[in-house]
Design a protein around this ligand. Sequence first.
Ligand SMILES: [Zn+2]
Length: 371
Amino acid sequence: MVSITSDFDHGNVRVINADRASDVRLEIKADGAADFFQWFYYKVEDALGVDLTMRLTNAGGASYAPGWTDYRAVASYDAETWFRVDTDYADGVLSIRHTPEQSAVFYAYFAAYPVARYQRFIEETKAHALLTHEIIGETIDGQPIDCFTAGEGALQYWVIARQHPGETMASWWMEGFLPDLAGDGAAAQRLRQAATVHVIPCMNLDGSRRGHLRTNAAGVDLNRAWRNTKSDKSPEVYCVRNRMRETGVDFFMDVHGDEAIPNNFLAGAQGIPSWSDRHQQLFDRYSALMLDVSKDFQTKDGYPIAPPGKANLDIANNYVAETWGCLSLTLEMPFKDANVNPMPDVGWSPERCRAFAREHLAVMAEIAGEL
Ligand SMILES: [Zn+2]
């Protein structure tokens, strides 16, 4: 009989019945203090050569159930190298089928990014001479909120990731972005000359460790907490917003993943009260530059545009755009694959996230002269 556990950093699943490997019944647990759920991450042991069929029986009630269509789960033997496995979704149940070639195997919604890995990355990143590291606050669970700064230019760039802990592609993106920002590439040098770049590699460490999809330890969706942030309920946003008030903001990017849309895309802050032609021109310019440098970027798929004045100012991107009048972007990456440049074996993947981040850095450098 196989054994299944998710009682570890970033894990999430509830075992209903694992008596028969051909019909394992699982459920995804809701974020502790909120109703959101979609992130799953668990380990199966004693599974060598076993034909596993694992059914996530409450998938139909997940926060973004349309995200299961054409979706394939990821698996890994070492929680480092991930590959896609047979998955189908029908009648509200997500079924994952796999015959492991090793005894122990991990399954997840997307390549997992536990806090332990984050901490290793932070330690490695601190070694870069051109990056300054600072702890600017503490989460509810007492974890440090890390901030890196690079460059000495007058423009103030802010790049943040992982407000939503289940969107691990944002952390893989940071693994490409931060080392490149600290490196001797031409774009990084140009960007550091033009701007001071502030980077929050993980906004939601508590939700990450707890295996949440969307919220922090208090059940707060951080990306709905920017206008009325509270130091006790959303300290992560509170301390970043305070720091932004000290520096000002000339460019903002908030990095996410989208459950349903099978492509990379940007969301602007259309719909904020102060939206102007200049806002639109900068948004279009950034998009055009990305289309030039990236095979993985596109502008056809994306969110509906909010009507004038109807933007939700609790969302980071809108709040920052309205407060500082700057180019402000939400970047969304897929859980599935980028249909403009599909790679069926891996789908959208950690390696592709890292490469995509380096393309964004090039465009951030390019657009500095126009901000
Ligand atoms: Zn998100």
